[in-house]
Design a protein around this ligand. Sequence first.
Ligand code: C2O
Ligand code: CU
Ligand code: CU
Length: 519
Amino acid sequence: MVAHETPPHVFSLSDSHLPSFRDLTMKRRQFLTSSAGGVGALALTQCSLHRASSSPRGADLPVADAIASSRDGLLDVELAAAPRQVALGDREVTLSTYGGRFPAPRLEVRPGDRVRWHFTNHLPQPTNLHFHGLHVTPTGSGDNPFRKIAPGKSFTYEFDLPTTHPGTLAWYHPHLHGTVAEQLFGGLAGLMVVRGAIDEIPEVKAAREEFLVLQDFSFDDRGQIAPPAAGRRVLGREGDRVYVNGEVNPQIAIASGELVRLRVVNASPSRFYRLQLEGHPFHLIGTDGGAIAAPVELDEILLVPGERIDVLVKGDRDSGQFRLTNLPYSRGGMGMMGSGMTGNRGMMGGRGMMGNASARESDEQVLATVTYSGAIAPQPLPERLLAVDALPEPSRTRRFTMNHGMVPGLGMTFLINGQPFDAGRVDTRVQLNDVEDWEIVNTGIMDHPFHLHAHPFQILSRNDRPEPYRAWKDTVLVRPGESVRVRVKFADYPGKTVYHCHILDHEDLGMMGAIEVMA
Ligand code: C2O
Ligand code: CU
Ligand code: CU
């Protein structure tokens, strides 16, 4: 993305406002007054996720979380998308930002709230907004992926969350077909927290909460985002460095006896994160769509693009430092093309006809370091969380196959049911309130995370193996040779939206379909 002048007015709230946020360790608080409209202040807080001491720049870089919470049922924000010079790790770089900030402001809402976002596009190319993980209307000024906001133009997104919306971690990012990967890789992603019943479970409420936004970027020597190498979009672009909340290897403080709640989002366009925390299991309490029924203990968790997890970590050591790592993982690749293999997981491709697009195991990376300091009376894990009710039997089953192929005139294209995305076509028509089973099949040689907007689903089985526990999801990994069965109820919101691969280069290269829910 090209750098240009940063507009003066990039963030304001309609009311002066303090974050109602209970358990962040606030290091400082400052108030900025909007330079346009004079409509109030933004509260900034810095949470206890500190810059690691390995950073040569010290601990006072502007990495504070900005939080905007709803008040009296309304979240009213004015945030523009704009390029901006920011400090990232040990460098000055140019990123695309929301509200002029990186990381982007975190929005906090409650079920039943209205969201009103006065958005202006100060990017040199068109964009729009998507609210990944919200169950809201996809039409009009709602979570509408077909809207296009030209450079210099403004638009007000305005929609209501249902009163029944579960507490969950959603996130916002651009969704203009063709440029989604580029804009996300330029920095555009932010958190949207829906506070709900999960946050009121006493043990969860007592835990200290940290948000971890996982991103990867590559920069040229002028600090501009480096475009992907030729052929790299086929596997999906990955940056040469990973960042957590815009920091390289930040420290996460934990006291002996403490329960820390980590809420993690994979906001990378393509990179998978196979997460492991040295010496500490994860206690999973929530997935994309909110709480599960009871904690599940896991040694590692694979987080594919778009997915979120909510985990508790128990501080059962006395002292020490423990690395949160991203273990090696192979997403398959073009190296296997023409070999006749339909791709067993983990199979390595060499440098195939697509050059850089061959499979590779990334090296293990350190994402963050959990560091002990102090001790408190041990905080117990919750035993029960929230019921995840089974959905009724489906009225029909559909099949979606994901693969790539050469399409005359288009070149290498990514396809669902043999077709590249066409905004003028509706691929799937469903009836409002119907329950359907979707069989999502990967007949290709690369991993594809399948994502459906607006309507959360439950995974039933993978290759007929039942899922071990029920959970609300909106994104699910489908590996080569795999067939994943999900069940979804198309409740509340008629209208047109999309499903797609969340390797966003694949989505931009055609792997998306349009669905219309008919009233
Ligand atoms: Cu995270 Cu269609 O998006
Ligand atoms: Cu989405
Ligand atoms: Cu894909």
